[in-house]
Design a protein around this ligand. Structure first.
Ligand code: GLC
Ligand code: CA
Length: 558
């Protein structure tokens, strides 16, 4: 039986950068309310909001200081209720972000916890004695530097896998779990429709917190690989499922860096006793640097062969075991058209539509990140002053200033390709002042191309990327085969360095999807049956036998 969220398409809103309503340069909830008709027009079913809670704002709201209060920069609880009610009235569901691997260091729990070793909240977090006057182990933080910070008051270190202002909650403590479940049930009462769960695979830390593997010349060891999918992880999620999730007809998706197929099959199992689906990360790591010390920082391009092999594996190995989520973009990733497509004026629109086709005809629940439907591109960071994100700024400090592994200029070019700020530049609504995002100075500089690339222009052009996404969403809603069909590569396609061609098939329909991943015109013969109807393509006008640059076609046989 198909579940509602298996046929749904999700639109992700990063509130800080979506629409400012009061001229302070920061997007807000009233701004989102204004733009609901735009989101509705696209045709999606669910809106995922990045964190909207009270925060110390060190990491874009992923450092929460009150889980049950709204960030005053974004508005009030009344604004949230209005947003929820209006969205529901329009048939749109609202999914919130659940950030419970860590809290902010300004959360009252942590303020209490650091007071004394016998404070009732001490064990809400992970505290350890120094070892030989140093950190308790060699783990580095995902945001550079050690994963431990020394607190002079009680002379112990606390663990933070992310920034030092994001102390990890201690999930081994049943009181922590109860507090989180209570908070989730409170949100359920407010009427939300689900949660996207931040770094949810990191909850269960390994016994004894042993050192992680350390690359030669790397300043720190890798704790993340030891923590991911830890021993008690599934126990905790099943408990959460029993106490919260199973009571509601929600959409739930776990962010699970480092997840394997077998792990994903547990998190997102079809029995439904954990989560609906997970975000896997393998296709986001294909363009990582070959030097492990640099990790994601590179200007490498992924090959189609590697990308196809990866996506095909996730399509086929999860089939009938668990549910996929499909994404190219989110607030942590660079813009897909710049990354896997071609953002030159000649090919931007074509390649954005081709990539959309490639993803949206697969099995799983697709996620569209704000501006993806406009073909928004990566931006440019001329100097470090242009870089706002804590991940990139800390990386600069560690890799350029401290370790001297790379020059500042080179790392800035890698930021152009990979920095999370690429996703966070304000939404481009029109060609007016500040792209219609704000009447004041935007908190992050706009992408310089907003006069060409914006929603007003897209809505005025029947051949825009926006309307192409709209068609893909309609197709998913109307054609069962996109939800339930099996996935197969066309014969010998696994050897093709330039074209991705696959079929989706159920008992009465077949879809053939053909995507030219290059700027070349190519000759291919897919032995189309005469009954095959061309139902979607990204070129207008007369069909050609050859595949034009970045051409995408979808044929239906029924
Ligand atoms: C997730 C979020 C990211 C955040 C991190 C720490 O990866 O998507 O934005 O920085 O978790 O909460
Ligand atoms: Ca505002």
């Amino acid at each position: 039986m198909t579940k509602w969220w298996q046929k749904a398409v999700v639109y992700q809103v990063y509130p800080r950068s979506f629409q400012d309503s009061n001229g302070d340069g920061i997007g807000d909830l009233p701004g989102i309310i204004q733009r609901l008709p735009y989101i509705k027009k696209l045709g999606v079913d669910v809106i995922w909001l990045n964190p909207i809670y009270k925060t110390s704002n060190v990491d874009g709201g992923y450092d929460i200081s009150d889980y049950q209060a709204i960030n005053p920069d974004f508005g009030t609880m009344t604004d949230f209720k209005k947003l929820l009610a209006q969205a529901h009235q329009m048939g749109l569901k609202i999914m919130l972000d659940l950030v419970v691997n860590h809290s902010s260091s300004e959360h009252p729990w942590f303020i209490e916890s650091r007071q004394s070793k016998d404070n009732p909240h001490r064990d809400f977090y992970i505290w350890r004695d120094p070892v030989n006057g140093h950190e308790p182990n060699n783990w580095g933080s995902f945001f550079s530097g050690p994963a431990w910070t020394y607190d002079t008051k009680t002379q112990q270190y606390y663990l933070h896998l992310f920034a030092k202002e994001q102390p990890d909650l201690n999930w081994a403590n049943p009181q922590v779990r109860q507090a989180v479940f209570k908070m989730m049930n409170w949100w359920a009462k407010q009427g939300i429709d689900g949660f996207r769960m931040d770094v949810i695979s990191l909850l269960s830390k390994p016994d004894g917190l042993p050192d992680g593997p350390q690359a030669p010349n790397a300043p720190y060891g890798d704790g993340g690989s030891l923590v991911a999918n830890g021993k008690h992880e599934h126990e905790y999620l099943r408990e959460m499922n029993q106490q919260v999730l199973s009571k509601y007809d929600w959409i739930t998706v776990g962010e699970t860096a480092g997840v394997t197929i077998d792990q994903a099959a547990k998190y997102a199992n079809l029995d439904g006793n954990e989560l609906n689906m997970v975000f896997q990360f393998e296709h986001m790591g294909l363009d990582n640097n070959r030097d492990p010390r640099l990790g994601k920082w590179s200007d490498q391009k992924a090959t189609l062969t590697a990308l196809r092999a990866n996506l095909t594996k996730w399509q086929q190995k999860l089939a009938n075991r668990a549910w996929n989520s499909l994404y190219w973009n989110n607030h942590d990733q660079p813009r897909v058209v710049s990354r896997f497509g071609n953002d030159s004026p000649q090919y931007r629109v074509l390649s954005a539509k081709m990539l959309a086709t490639m993803l949206h005809c697969m099995q799983g629940t697709p996620y569209i990140y704000q501006g993806e439907e406009l073909g928004m591109t990566n931006t440019h960071f001329a100097t470090l002053d242009d870089v706002v994100d804590v991940e990139a700024r800390n990386a600069y400090h560690e890799l350029v200033d401290q370790e001297k592994i790379i020059s500042g200029q080179k790392l800035l070019r890698y930021f152009d390709a990979k920095s999370r700020d690429n996703a966070r530049t304000p939404m481009q609504w029109n060609d007016q002042k500040n792209a219609g995002f704000s009447s004041g100075k935007p908190w992050l500089q706009l992408n310089a191309n907003y006069q060409q690339i914006n929603a007003a222009a897209a809505l005025a052009d029947p051949n825009s990327i926006f309307y192409f996404y709209q068609q893909l969403i309609k197709l998913r809603h109307n054609l069962a085969v996109i939800t339930d069909g099996d996935f197969q590569l066309v014969k010998d396609n696994d050897q093709d360095p330039a074209v991705f061609a696959y079929t989706r098939r159920n008992s009465d329909q077949q879809l053939l999807v053909i995507c030219n991943f290059t700027d070349q015109t190519l000759e291919r013969d897919y032995s189309l049956v005469p009954e095959a109807k061309l139902i979607l393509q990204n070129y207008q006008g007369k069909m050609t036998t050859s595949l034009r640059p970045y051409e995408a076609r979808v044929y239906l046989t029924d």
